[in-house]
Structure formats: C-alpha cells, structure tokens
Design a protein. Sequence first.
Length: 373
Amino acid sequence: MTNDELLGILLSRLDEFVIVLCDTSGNFTTWHPGVLAQFGYTAEEFIGRNLALLFLPETRNDGRVERELATAIEQGRASDTTWLAKKSGETIWVEGVTIALRAPDGALLGFGKVLRDVTSRLRSQQDLESANERMRRMTHELSRSNEELEEFARIASHDLRAPLTTTRWLADLLSFRHGGELDEEGHTCLQQISRSLERMTGLVDAILAHAQVGQTPIGSVEETDTEAAVAIALENLGGDIVMSKAAIQYENLPPVAIQPQALTQLFQNLLGNAIKYCRPGVAPEIRITGRRESARCVFAVEDNGIGIEDEWKERIFLPLQRHSEKGSGSGLGLATCKKIVTRAGGEIWVESKVGAGSTFYFTLPISGVGDGT
Ligand code: ADP
C-alpha cells in the first residue's frame, strides 16, 4: 500500500474531525465520514452545497462565508471557533480552519476545510466557570452572614451590659442597705445572684471580645513588640497571678506583624487558662518561648497544669466547648485565640499530657500576610 492510500484510510477513520475540500466559490467537492458523524449529512446531501450550509440560518447571509474565504485567500488560512448548525438544527461549537489551496504557479484551486466539534470542551469550561461563580457567590454570602452575625453578637452583648450593670448595682444596694434585714437564706440568695451576675458579665465580655476580633483589623504592616504585649497581658491578669502564686517566665520573644491589642488578648487568654487550669495544690509554672522560622514566628505557652485528653485537643478551639468544670470560663477564650491567629494568617494547636501540663503553640507572621483589614 502506498503512503497516499494509508493517509486516505487514516482520514476516513478520523470522524471526530470533518476534513473536506471546496471549490473556489466555497462549494463542497468532497465528503468525509466526519460530515455524517458531526453534522448529519450524507455525501449526496453534502457535495455541491455551499459551505454556508453549516452556518446558523441567521448568519448564512451576513457576509461571513465571503469574509472567511477572503481571509484564507489573503493570508493562506482563516481559523475560527464558532457556533455551526447540524442538519437536525442542533447547534454545535466548532473549531475550524479553512486553507487556500494553490497550484505551484499560485493559481487558486479551491479550499481545504478541517472542523472539529468542541462543544463538550466549552460545556466543561462553562461548568467550571459557573461552579467558580457559584463558589464565589457562596463565599461572599458566607462572609456577609458572618459579618451580620458578628455585628449582631457585638450589639447584643454591648446592649446586655447596661441591664447587667444596673442589676449588679441593685444587688449591691440591697446588700448594703437591707443586708441586716435578711436572714441566712436571703444572704445565700444574694451571694448566688452576685456570682451569676459575675458569670454573666464574663460571658458578655467574652462574646463581645470574640465578635470584635472580626470587626477590628488584625494584620499590621509594622511589627508589634511581643514582650510589651505579654507585659500588658500579665498586668491585666495581676490579681489571678498573685492569688495563684504563678511563676511566669519569658525572654527574647521576637516581634510579629499583628495588631498589639490582638496579641495582648491572645496571650491573656492563654496565660489566663494556664493559671486557671492548674493542678490542685501545685502553683502554676508557665514558660513562654518564641522562635523565628523563615517568615513566621512559632510561640509556645507551656504550663504544668491538669493537661488535656487527646479527644479534646481540637474541640477546645471551637466556641463554647469546655471539657472542664474548673473555673468560671465562657468557653470562648480559645475560640477567640484561634480567630485571632487564623485572621493573622497563622495556626494554633496544643500538645498535652494529662496530669503533667499543656503547651499551646501558635504561629504568627513576621511580616504582614494576614487579612490586614
Ligand atoms: P474557658 O476557659 O472559658 O472554658 P477556653 O476556650 O479558654 O474556655 O478553653 C476551652 C477549654 O479548654 C476549657 O474549658 C478547658 O477545659 C480547656 N483548657 C484550655 N486551656 C487549658 C490549659 N492550659 N490546661 C488544661 N485545659 C485547658
């Protein structure tokens, strides 16, 4: 078999393509199995018809055919991806090229046309685009509803403060002015009211602090002095530190790119927990370390407290997840830490041994990469 014959066999098998010839006016002079497979025309229906046959009815007479042939004559070829019509009327997205065929002396002999149906490629691209668009809309919607929720929590907790303060004030007044008239049960009730109010105030403050992390900027272009942030956190925890006889060590903590208030809050929550979750009769010993690791800094807050069971090591970072009844926590402290660290572009995790202590690790960028908003 000659190579020409083999090429003929190859062409006849390629029915995912349409490979045909036209005369100089653009009338088909050959047929190819792809014409039937792709467009539904037999050889009898096809040969002799103008290539306008394949165009959409509404574009057949708008000069497109002439322009395509003129481009092929001028530039040697005209390629295009466009909608064409099958015999059934169904439209398909087709990639095609029309090549001017010339004799050695340059005389135009006709045109060769190769077409390929790429509708499925377009569909998958459209599917991808619409999936991306859906995802973009969902993310937008999610962040909007998160913002609304945060705003709601912020307003609700803010507005709850006033009646709480009044109730507290009234309870104090009752105790001060009418304490003498109360019997033992009355005093116990007043103490309980006072404890509940304290717990409620703590919860409201924690909700407000958690909501505010979403409202205030976290990232920072300037680096924050970590040791200064720790010093403020220790000052805020002064009473607890004295009461618990906690020993807290730190030195050479590298500066990081995060807003100072957020960094203070982060350390305050972790140190507050390290003090609160100490072992009975064992004074808290807490060590804070920090080391640079390429563009980030890894901090560790290590305690000698009660420790945390493995099954709780991830859950404790979710809001309102407390696994210990110790202390009067809100269950929001670590969730707020996680929110701060995540917004700053870092991570937080814990390693712990029950009865021996816990180490909370977190990473923060050295140069601003968080949401910076
Ligand atoms: P809260 O302390 O207000 O309950 P947190 O979100 O700060 O809430 O902590 C969640 C839970 O994680 C706590 O209830 C406690 O059980 C556990 N936990 C946190 N820090 C420590 C720690 N240093 N040692 C042992 N348990 C801890």
